[in-house]
Design a protein around this ligand. Sequence first.
Ligand code: SF4
Length: 714
Amino acid sequence: MTEMLLKYFRDKQQQVQSKKVYDTQCPYCSMQCKMQLIEQTVITRKKYTTIGKDNPTSHGRLCMKGMNAHQHALHKDRITQPLLKVNGEFTPITWDKALEIIKKNFSAIQLENGHDALAVYGSASITNEEAYLLGKFARVALQTKHIDYNGRLCMSAAASAASQTFGMDRGLTNSLSEIPNAECIILAGTNIAACQPTMLPYFEEAKENGAFIIVIDPRETDTAKMADLHLKIKPGTDAALANGLLKVIMEKGYTDERFIKERATGFEEVEEHISSLSLKEISELTGVSIRQIQRAATIFAEKKTGMIFTARGVEQQTDGSLAVRNLLNILISTGKVGKPSCGYGAITGQGNGQGAREHGQKADQLPGYRSIENEEHREQIARVWGIDKEQLPQKGVSAYEMIERMEKGEITGLFLMCSNPIVSNPNANFVKEALRKLKFFVAVDLFISETAKLADLVLPAASYLEDEGTMTNLEGRVTLREASYPVPGEAKRDWQIICEVAHALGKGEYFNFSSAEEIFNELRAASRGGAADYYGITYERIREEDGVLWPCPTSNHKGTERLFERTFAHPDGKAKMVAVPNSPLIPKEQPCERFPLYLTTGRVTSHYLTGVQTRKSAALAARNFESFMEIHPAAAQKFGIQDQELVEVTSKRGSIIVRCRWSAAIRQDTIFIPFHWADSQNVNRLVSEELDPHCKMPGFKVSTVNIRPLMALR
Ligand code: SF4
């Protein structure tokens, strides 16, 4: 064999053996499963596989979304250059040109309409560093009060409830490792099996250990299938059901008097309120029998340990924050918090749903969970940022309220980061029209999403594989997502984009960062002494300890596994109980002749949020390539609708078309539609704009609708 041939075969062999491993974390839910992308080159073709990596939260498990996440990151439709809309078409331009256009337009808007005419709309999918920097960008670079984020539509009710009851909002009061030893678990409005599949084994282990599991949900989901008792509640009545459970607990003398006396305030008011309520009325209101309410309350109270978990089913309602507070009333009344395997968990939806709500992306918030209305807090953050506290804008308004201001012409410019508000907000037709009125709109994204299509300028962002930073998972564990995969084309990391825009606007001195770690170190200092104190956490520690649970105020503090063991976080150290009415201040829609069915919305296992990423993944899209309406066969027959038939669903606000799926798992007065699709399948076109007055969460989970077969329209 000639030397040339030998070299040829040697080279080929090397190509076959070429293998690269990239450490990362799943970009989707709040479990933030650690994983590795393995890239193998076989001759000239690249093959990709994702495997789980051991860690204290998911223990190496992955669900189908994580296993296929690379498909969207490596998708040919990724934006890799800034795109400017010219005559209705996107045209590639240079970064220099893009920054010049932003400077020109943002300056003109602020000159003409004032600083608050610009808004920033953030995301709970970005890293802590980027969420922190975006808050600073709005207040320091743009000097606008208008910043809020898509987590407002996701976590605001649970966050508000925990802050008001406990004085602090960390999603889980205990680490996940305490679940298997809980003797009774209430899962309220949470479909873990579909939304956080790698969390399910904790509950399965608890069940194997003999735990009694109570599920509260209008549908018999895969999660409800493991329940010992399923309370198939009427949508929107969770607050009333909690009153029923409290009534049984109080009347049967199951309250923990000592715990209440030493550790809570407000019990007497709650007790008086509960005594005025009728269990029969609660049963009629909720659709849950008196016997089931009594059984659930008795078992939860009698067990030595117990935990309550909530998610969007309870929270995404116009009284979601109070409904959660009422469930927390149960924990406090029975003394089941601050002890092993006793506590509360708000199961976060988005990947960084926890961290992204702590460091300043919210309209009323500064880093470390500080309040923008508190003079002392303003002073502390202004000092870290090197500005005068008077320069800090005041409190803005929530995500949907910013959109209302766009519609009114009060906000005329928008900087949108990694979010798809025309699909995710309620009253979606209105939202689209509001965004169309903007004078200048910049979107930062991986793809031309439904919302980015409306932008004047789209900036290409880095994906989870390419962007390093910390993510705080549902436990409150600060994890480090490593990233070594090359950023495609001219795309940039979100934090780099923020810094470059700030420099272009002449505020570069406040945004001189050359790595995510540098930003994290400033975030640590800004959070120091705040409720969400990250000061003792460093990249080095996270790497060594596989994540650190906040609060962690000093470098020798080991992080906090369990909250509230001795005191709650209010200044008096006590939890605050509150009396919650059965029905909310803002009445929810009730079935009527014109709109006879409840509509509730949620997720399916193969998709995430508005589907911008998962709809690009062939393996995930194939599992559910279109939206659907789940309906009880008896209800479907009443409306003359066959299984698998196309149906028009109409509410006061609009119509969509989806395929019908018969299922005996849902209540006969309710239909379910997932929210991962856009345009004529966007269920949020049907949802009301009413907001929870306490936390501004829209009432996604309760609307009323009419349905008819599409054939009938012809
Ligand atoms: Fe883990 Fe959630 Fe990703 Fe599934 S979607 S792999 S549970 S982080």
